[in-house]
Design a protein around this ligand. Structure first.
Ligand SMILES: Cc1cc2nc3c(=O)[nH]c(=O)nc-3n(C[C@H](O)[C@H](O)[C@H](O)COP(=O)(O)OP(=O)(O)OC[C@H]3O[C@@H](n4cnc5c(N)ncnc54)[C@H](O)[C@@H]3O)c2cc1C
Length: 425
């Protein structure tokens, strides 16, 4: 009889695993998830609130896709994983047996024990239920405060801004995302945030959130003692692996579910992928816990091969990420650190209006390209990745930069000779 694979979580990691197991086998597949009936693009949450997309538009597959591909969907919360009996319990009752279990339970928003963090109108942004509460708490308000200078914080600031809600944005660091971005990139995004009339407060931390007499947030107090009146607080201070259901089981966990490069956990036949997985050692992924859309997809595709008898170790490939900070698009490929490292040199170009930026890092010894940072300009991912993998020299890259260009408008405003003349070290 064919194996039964049960997957907990229908996010990008879980659905990719399901799709590739289906391509490679006739195994019975059941996907159990609590949040929504069908897979949707979590990265598009902001556009639903902003009115650019309806929830329906964020579903990459038609609802009939799953049935057509023999993937059973169960809507429910898994309360117990019983690895002895090889079964999971849904909603505290119904048991579903498995031969192979894939844990793909994603992340949860962080809270760090601040006074007032559980008041009404204080929330993070992770899933569909958060959009509903955000709708409710932001209706007709005078000011919102968003706390936490990461990708979700800036998205929330933009979401509120599009509804004409004045936003104060508290960022603990000296510059937006300066823990990941070099100073020039961070400065460009600081300016972009302020250009959108967001009251950006750098080097400012939350101390407490004060309630009104109904138990709703009425003000935020910062570490400088300032009280900022507001009726909504976005608490976007990162995420952590959502492993509530795994902790009481005998699957070994640390911050996430511990896995090797094959996504195998401490229990045979049980795998973990996506945001909830933690590599046992450095050097397998970008970090021990990878909380990105594309890495989740890559985990799902890789684990499917192992489950289907084509044992495959995770190969993270060249790091890349992309985001949009208000109007500025950001792409990064390869290895770009916030501070220059020994043995690394930089070629840097920025336009006069400080709206476009290109940074190319390369090895000082042989000139091979190590990474790209791009703001306001898009380069082709396949080309940048290939150049890094092929250890192409900066001379080669500058000569062939046109191959990477994605944006037809770019070459109207940008002359490659300017770039070379200005930036040659
Ligand atoms: C607002 C926002 C914007 C983002 N933007 C980007 C971006 O631009 N680029 C990028 O690379 N990444 C982005 N991310 C991160 C990216 O979305 C995540 O890394 C990715 O979605 C994680 O996928 P996953 O499959 O591991 O988990 P998830 O997508 O979290 O899916 C896990 C699912 O499992 C369900 N679940 C959990 N526990 C149980 C249980 N016990 N029983 C049943 N179901 C359960 C959860 O409800 C959830 O639906 C963003 C995240 C957010 C929140």
């Amino acid at each position: 009889m064919s194996k039964h694979v049960v997957i907990i979580g229908n996010g990008i990691a879980g659905v990719t695993a399901a799709r590739f197991i289906r391509k490679l086998s006739d195994y019975r597949i059941t996907m159990i998830s609590a949040e929504t009936d069908h897979f949707y693009a979590r990265t598009a949450l902001m556009y639903i609130y902003m009115g650019h997309l309806r929830y329906e538009d964020t579903k990459p597959y038609a609802d009939g896709f799953w049935q057509q591909n023999g993937i059973d969907l169960v809507r429910g919360y898994v309360t117990t994983i019983d690895t002895e009996a090889r079964a999971v319990h849904v909603g505290g009752g119904r048991a579903i047996g498995y031969d192979v279990l894939v844990i793909a339970t994603g992340s949860q928003s962080n809270k760090f024990g601040w006074p007032g963090q559980d008041l009404d109108a204080v929330q993070g942004l992770y899933g569909i239920p958060d959009l509903a509460t955000m709708e409710r708490w932001t209706a007709g308000i005078d000011r919102a405060v968003v706390i936490g200078g990461g990708l979700i914080g800036i998205e929330m600031a933009e979401m509120l801004h599009t509804r004409h809600i004045p936003v104060t944005f508290l960022v603990r660091e000296q510059g937006y995302m300066d823990y990941l971005l070099p100073p020039e990139e961070s400065a460009m995004i600081n300016a972009e945030i302020r250009d959108h009339h967001i009251d950006l407060r750098l080097a400012t931390e939350l101390k407490e959130i004060r309630p009104d007499d109904q138990g709703r947030a009425r003000a935020v107090v910062t570490n400088t003692g300032e009280e900022i009146p507001c009726q909504f607080v976005g608490l976007t201070v990162g995420v952590h692996p959502n492993i509530d259901v795994v902790k009481p089981s005998n699957v070994e966990t640390n911050r996430g579910v511990l896995v090797n490069e094959f996504f195998e956990t401490s229990v045979p036949g049980v795998y973990a992928i996506g945001d909830c997985a933690e590599f046992r050692r450095d050097g397998i992924g970008i970090r021990r816990i990878e909380q990105l859309w594309y890495t989740g997809r890559h985990h799902g595709k890789t684990v499917a091969q192992t489950i289907c008898g084509r044992r495959a170790a995770y190969d993270r490939g060249v790091f890349f990420n992309s985001a949009k900070f208000f109007t500025v698009e950001y792409q990064t490929y390869g290895d770009i650190k916030p501070k220059p490292e020994d043995g690394t040199e930089t070629i840097f170009w920025q336009d006069e209006a400080a709206k476009k930026l290109v940074r190319i890092n390369y090895a000082a010894d042989d000139g091979r390209v190590l990474g790209f940072n791009l703001l306001g300009i898009r380069f082709r991912q396949d080309v940048c990745e290939r150049w890094i993998l092929e250890r192409r020299s900066t001379d080669y890259v500058l000569k062939h930069l046109r191959q990477a260009n994605f944006d037809p408008e770019f070459y109207h405003s940008f002359k490659i000779t300017d770039f070379e003349n200005r930036t040659r070290p």
